[in-house]
Design a protein around this ligand. Structure first.
Ligand code: NAG
Ligand code: NAG
Length: 278
């Protein structure tokens, strides 16, 4: 193999690495309108979580739309921003192809394990007029966040969409109060539907009164109820992996191609200068 062949082969290898990996900071750096949002991703360290994912969607805010979020304490900012990072690839075409009126998306916040209730999920609502809006999947949260456009996309790894305002999951600022006592997931569901179990209120008296009986049935009852009432209604719908998988091969994004070819071009130019030097 001649040195030039080897160089050519390494050039191809370098190029393929360059196009398959992404760097959200570098993508957003190309758009000064998103400088504050990009700065927050850096400050909170979330850029690293984004870059480590194979398929991700970032719901980004321009400097004009970020004030409400920018004014929060840093830990709250991080939690809020994590709900703007969807753990799957959605560009505009793919969003438009969602056939259900409501689709639930899982965000990075859900993967932290600290999300209460549905705080880690987003609803995407396909309205009758064809428009698409986002909102927190928490009960009662408004669905009024518009998708303003695609900023960048690298199918099917990363999509950056511009949205009209920050998403606020109720209680995510630390004000969330579980309806019932300590274990929020198990306690919340029965408490909504059933009067709070006596055991939860005064465990010591119950135990003193009738140790074996009071403890046994009630304890085994609550967990059995909780998943049945909660999980099927909410969680499994959330991921919708089958719909995603079907969608993968088709959509193309013109806007994204532009950005990516720009990035690859940078590498070509860099390589070209290397070749010239040698
Ligand atoms: C991502 O891009 C930023 C800005 O260009 C750069 O500072 C950083 O080193 C890059 N990270 C990686 C892992 O390439
Ligand atoms: C991009 O997605 C493909 C499959 O969709 C995956 O194999 C690849 O690892 C992803 N690239 C990155 C940089 O995560």
């Amino acid at each position: 193999m001649s040195p030039s062949t080897i160089l050519a082969i390494s050039a191809v290898l370098l190029l393929s690495t360059a196009t398959s990996a992404f760097n959200v900071t570098r993508i957003l750096n190309q758009y000064p309108d998103f400088s504050e949002f990009n700065g927050l991703l850096t400050k909170t360290g979330l850029f690293a979580d984004i870059n480590s994912r194979a398929a991700i969607t970032v719901l980004a805010l321009t400097n004009d739309h970020i004030a409400e979020l920018a004014g929060k304490p840093e830990d709250v900012q991080k939690r809020l921003l994590s709900t703007h990072i969807v753990l799957d690839y959605y560009d505009i075409l793919k969003l438009n192809k969602l056939r259900d009126t409501k689709t639930i998306l899982t965000t990075l916040y859900q993967s932290t394990g600290v999300a209460d209730d549905m705080q880690g999920f987003l609803d995407v609502i396909h309205k009758a007029d064809g428009s698409i809006v986002f909102g927190s999947a928490m009960k009662g949260a408004p669905h009024d966040i518009k998708v303003l456009g695609s900023v960048a996309s690298q199918p099917y790894n990363i999509s950056v969409l511009s949205i009209s305002k920050p998403i606020f999951a109720p209680g995510i600022d630390g004000s969330y109060k579980p309806v019932s006592a300590p274990p929020p997931k198990a306690a919340a569901a029965p408490a909504n539907k059933v009067p709070p179990p006596a055991v939860a209120e005064s465990p010591e008296e119950e135990v003193a009164d009738a140790p074996a009986e009071a403890d046994g049935p009630v304890a085994s009852d609550a967990p059995a109820n909780a998943p049945a009432a909660d999980a099927p209604a909410d969680a499994p719908v959330a991921d919708g992996p089958s719909a995603d998988a079907n969608d993968q091969p088709k959509p193309k994004s013109a806007a994204g191609k532009h950005v990516i070819s720009g990035m690859s071009l940078g590498f070509v130019v860099a390589l070209a200068s290397l070749l010239v030097i040698h």
